[in-house]
Design a protein around this ligand. Structure first.
Ligand code: SF4
Ligand code: SF4
Length: 380
């Protein structure tokens, strides 16, 4: 995995999505001093290419002045290595001024939209859709690339066809994320997507994608197919992310990933102390993540997909059980379902029948499905 540093300028967010855990808009904002410390830390920490992603909370709350100062500090401070920037934002606070700065650094934008306006606003709050679309128009007017991530919940799964058609009509790339149990509120499971339903959703999207090749891109399906074809993970969920991905919170604390920011048990160190990899490895959080990796080696040993799944996301596995490692990522069911489906179909396409290991014969009554091989040939 390439080296990835997520910068979290604030944990605050002006929105109040039902299944999110971010805090109020007034949450503290990273100072420019801390950005300078990030640069100093990275000068000695690792010297390879780095991708910075601004994440949150809502990173645009940091304002135009923050980005005007932070971006050249990062770019010039680490001059000589390959560098890329990205941002994940709901776009509400996008302005011409910010868009101009982002255009200078060619920053692609990831935003969040859960499908058609009514459905989106039901999950993310009234008025969300219009505010995001306003920011989207500003970003596009400055030539910025915007892609949306859709969170599928226990509610929106009922409208999966509407959501797919929404993206198809708009000619937008579809990327999805399953809602996780919330770490706040009295009903943590209320919006969470059941892992079995998640697996069926992925198979549904595989079918819809293959029916509409050339008209839409479904990023998750591309990644899942590439995992199977290449025999190794192509996104953080399906590799051992520890050591190649870090997040820096507003106060300079370093975490294994943006998802842990603000959780004291997951602090690996602080940029002001300029820790090396060996220093971070002494922290309890690092040791816990490492134990998870060892656990996966044992628990997933017999699974055909271990090399490109690696037990899924450690955050999903560890945080709901108060840091006790009891099992792998609860989405294991979904991963197995879709990886099995892709493997079986590829075997069918290549050898004209199901996997030899399964000892089955092709059912002549089963309708033949459009191919994954041709999709992959287009992509590779
Ligand atoms: S903890 Fe999960 S989301 Fe974060 S980098 Fe690792 S796999 Fe990705
Ligand atoms: S599919 Fe499940 S059992 Fe297989 S490697 Fe992934 S998490 Fe482990």
């Amino acid at each position: 995995m390439p080296f990835h540093v997520m910068l979290i300028p604030t944990l605050g967010c002006p929105s109040n999505c039902n299944y999110c855990w971010s805090s109020e808009e007034s949450s503290p904002i990273m100072s420019i001093e801390t950005v300078k410390e990030v640069v100093e830390w990275l000068r000695t920490f690792r010297n390879d290419s780095v991708t910075f992603t601004f994440h949150g909370g809502e990173p645009l709350l940091a304002g135009a002045d923050f980005f005007r100062e932070a971006l050249p500090l990062l770019a010039k401070g680490l001059d000589g290595r390959k560098m890329a920037f990205a941002i994940q934002t709901n776009l509400w606070k996008m302005t011409d001024e910010i868009a101009e700065i982002f255009a200078e650094y060619n920053i692609p934008i990831g935003s969040s939209l859960d499908g058609p306006e009514e459905l989106n606003d039901f999950q993310r709050g009234k008025g969300y859709y219009k505010k995001t679309m306003k920011g989207y128009e500003i970003a596009r007017a400055h030539g910025l690339t915007v892609r949306f991530i859709t969170t599928f919940t226990s509610h929106s799964i009922k409208y999966k066809e509407d959501i797919f058609n929404f993206y198809l009509d708009k000619e937008w790339t579809l990327k999805l994320h399953p809602a996780l149990p919330s770490l706040r509120g009295d009903e943590p499971e209320k919006w969470a997507l059941d892992p079995e339903e998640y697996g069926e959703l992925l198979v549904y999207l595989l079918d819809k994608y293959l029916e509409n090749v050339g008209k839409i891109e479904v990023m998750n399906i591309d990644h899942l197919c590439k995992c199977v074809f290449g025999g190794r993970g192509t996104v953080c969920t399906f590799v051992d992310c520890m050591g190649d991905t870090f997040a820096v919170g507003p106060d300079g604390n370093i975490y294994p990933c943006y998802r842990f920011v603000g959780m004291p048990k997951y602090v690996l160190g602080n940029v002001y102390d300029r820790p090396g990899m060996e220093d971070l490895a002494q922290s309890d959080a690092w040791k816990l993540m490492n134990r998870y990796k060892e656990y996966v080696d044992l628990k997933c040993k017999g699974c055909a997909h271990i090399n490109y799944c690696r037990g899924g996301c450690p955050y999903n596995a560890i945080t709901p059980t108060d840091e006790e490692i009891r099992d792998v990522d609860p989405h294991c069911v979904a991963y197995k379902r879709i990886f099995d489906e892709i493997t079986e179909r590829v075997n069918n396409e290549m050898f004209g029948g199901p996997s030899m290991e399964m000892g089955l014969f092709q059912d002549p009554m089963r309708p033949s499905k459009p191919g994954i091989m041709s999709l992959m040939l287009k992509k590779i």
